[in-house]
Structure formats: C-alpha cells, structure tokens
Design a binder for this molecule. Structure first.
Ligand code: ACO
Length: 312
C-alpha cells in the first residue's frame, strides 16, 4: 500500500538569542512571570539578513543532507508560513530557486498559521500516496518577531523566529497517517494579524481555555484516525505555544512516560515552524526515539487545528 515516510529532518534559527532578562529591560516583565506562565526562557530573533525564505532554505538544505537527497530529486515543495512578506511570488518557489531545483518542483504555500506544518504534511503525504509526487520537502518558517508589538508585554514575550523542515519519500507501507483536521469558527479572530501596521494580536485567555478543554479530544481523534491507541504513541509533538498548555495536554493523554517535545522553552512560539523545529532539533541531538509513532498536533491562528501520526 503506497504511502509516505519522513526520510530527513532539518532546521535553522537566527543567531541572535533574546533572554527573558533582556526582555525585562524592554517591557515591564520579568523572568519569573514569563517562566511561570509560559515556560519560555529564550527565543531566537531574525537579523537583517534573515527572512522566511532564507531560514526555510537553510532548514530544507539540512533536511535534504540528512536524507541524502539531491535538490533536483524533489518534485514537491510545501511551505507553511504566516509571515512571508511577498504576496507573490510564493515562498515555496523562492526556496526551490534558492536550492537550485532546476527540475521545477510543484510549489505550494500554506497559510494556516500555527497548524500550518500539519496541513502541509497532510498535503505532501496525500500527493505521494496518490502518485502525484515521489519526494517532497515540507517546511515551516516564521519571522513572528517582525509582526510582534514590542511594547505589548502580553504578546512580545511569546514569539520567536526559525524554520524546520522534513523530507518525505515513498514508503511501501504508510508511515504518516491520514490527517485529522478542522477549525473553530467562534475563535476565528482570536489570533490575528492587523493591517497598517501589521501586528500580531491574540486573545490569550480564550485560546488558553480552548487548549485546556478542547485540544485533548482533537488529539485523541488524530490517534483514532491513525487506527492506533495512545499506548502506541512514543512521541508527543504539539504546537509549541506555551509549556503550560503542553504539560496538561500530555497529562490528560496519559503521556508522562513518553518523549515530549518542549522546544518552546528555548525557541518561544514560532507558529508554523514550531513542530518541525522541535522535532529536528531533537533528532539531530540524538534524543528523538527512532522508528516510533509520534503524535503531531497543531492549533492556532484562524482558528485551525490539525494532526497526524508519523513514524520518526
Ligand atoms: N509580564 C508581566 N506581567 C504580564 C505580562 C508579562 N509579560 N503579560 C501580561 N501580564 C499581566 C497582565 O497585565 C495581567 O495583569 P493584571 O491581572 O494586573 O491585569 C496579568 O499578567 C495576567 O494577564 P493575562 O493575559 O490574563 O495572563 P494569562 O495568565 O492569561 O497568560 C498567556 C497569558 C501566557 C498569553 C496565556 O493566555 C496563553 O498562553 N494563551 C494561549 C496562547 C496560545 O496558545 N496561542 C497559540 C495560538 S497563537 C500562535 O501560536 C501564534
């Protein structure tokens, strides 16, 4: 039965690291408040030469090297981002060009914010299953720092920049499950980017409440759609919005013994990049259990959610 599997991980983060103590000199906050409410300790911030495209390109280059795949063997590039500056051309085409993909892969941009990577993975997996592609690059890349309001302490402490990528290849048995996805109409504007100036805003309390009460059911639905039980899952990789959301979700799912991605502590909230960034860092550190079903679940802006089970 034709399916897809992950054959390489890659990531990239800007060099500049912003600590909670440094943030405390910029707005009225402190390390204790940020740590207690969010778990975040540091975040990476894009410099003048960093962009959604440049970070996506570097993450993709690393993932291709990890997979041992040449750029010209990729026939589909899917990029998830909400912070790409150009309406056209799309980021996926820019990344393909930057990587020298003279074979002209199909380029697709996805804009479902924090769940964008799971949507992008679903799309690439289905393209491979149905024979429309053999090798796909799936990337999440964000420069949230560029749309943060650096005078609003309730949001600027949360955000970070970076990119994560995976390479998907053909598998005789599907190693990525059918996606479970949906949206929450009454929270449509709870996370938004304003115009003129472009500013990231969120109703933190409403999202927190949804995450604590509703996310568990959706995460269970992902596992059920995969035809598995929670006992089968070895890795939990949830959108890295807040450790105070991740920990209760892990507890509600009975996952205390599992490997849990907690990259929000180092990277803050990087929206569509958060799950592949966290997974790739764990993979390259040698921490990520190999050949194990991992539960991916993203939620946020829009308000969209999506997840699938992937074998690491
Ligand atoms: N430092 C110090 N004090 C602060 C800060 C800060 N950085 N920010 C807010 N406060 C104060 C507030 O002014 C308020 O003070 P008051 O009681 O005197 O009015 C108090 O702390 C509590 O503020 P709340 O906003 O109610 O804080 P809350 O406990 O709700 O925590 C948080 C805020 C961390 C944002 C939380 O609501 C949350 O995590 N929400 C979910 C966010 C999320 O998951 N987003 C995901 C989708 S968006 C995306 O991923 C891009």
């Amino acid at each position: 039965l034709r399916g897809s599997r992950i054959i390489g991980f890659g990531h990239h983060q800007p060099d500049r690291i912003l600590t909670n103590d440094e943030l405390s000199t910029m707005v009225d906050t402190n390390d204790e408040w940020i740590t207690t409410r969010t778990g975040i300790k540091t975040r990476h911030i894009a410099g003048p030469d960093d962009s959604v495209t440049s970070m996506a390109t570097e993450a993709a280059r690393n993932a291709l090297a990890d997979a041992g795949v040449a750029p010209t063997d990729v026939d589909l590039v899917v990029v998830a981002s909400t912070t790409h500056r150009d309406r056209s051309p799309y980021t996926a085409g820019r990344v393909a060009a930057a990587l020298g993909m003279s074979n002209g892969p199909a380029p697709i941009d996805i804009n479902t914010a924090c769940s964008g990577f799971e949507y992008a993975t679903a799309l690439a997996d289905q393209a491979i299953r149905t024979g429309s592609a053999d090798t796909a690059l799936v990337i999440g890349s964000e420069t949230l720092s560029r749309i943060a309001d650096w005078t609003d302490r309730s949001t600027c402490v949360l955000v970070g920049d970076g990119a994560g990528a995976v390479v998907l290849g053909v598998s005789d048995e599907p190693q990525i499950s059918s996606v479970s996805w949906g949206s929450v109409p009454h929270l449509q504007d709870a996370v938004r980017v304003t115009h003129d100036p472009e500013i990231f805003q969120q109703e933190g309390r409403s999202i927190y409440r949804w995450a604590i009460t509703e996310a568990e059911g959706h995460a269970r639905a992902v596992v059920e759609r995969a035809g598995l039980t929670l006992d089968d899952i070895g890795v939990f990789a949830f959108h890295q919005a807040n450790l105070r959301i991740i920990e209760p979700l892990v507890t509600a799912l009975g996952g205390e013994d599992k490997y849990v991605v907690r990259d929000v502590v180092e990277s803050g909230n990087t929206s569509a990049a958060s799950v592949p960034l966290g997974l790739s860092k764990a993979w390259h550190r040698g921490d990520l259990p190999e050949g194990v079903p991992a539960l991916l679940f993203g939620f946020g802006g829009g308000f969209a959610h999506a997840g699938q089970v992937v074998v690491t």
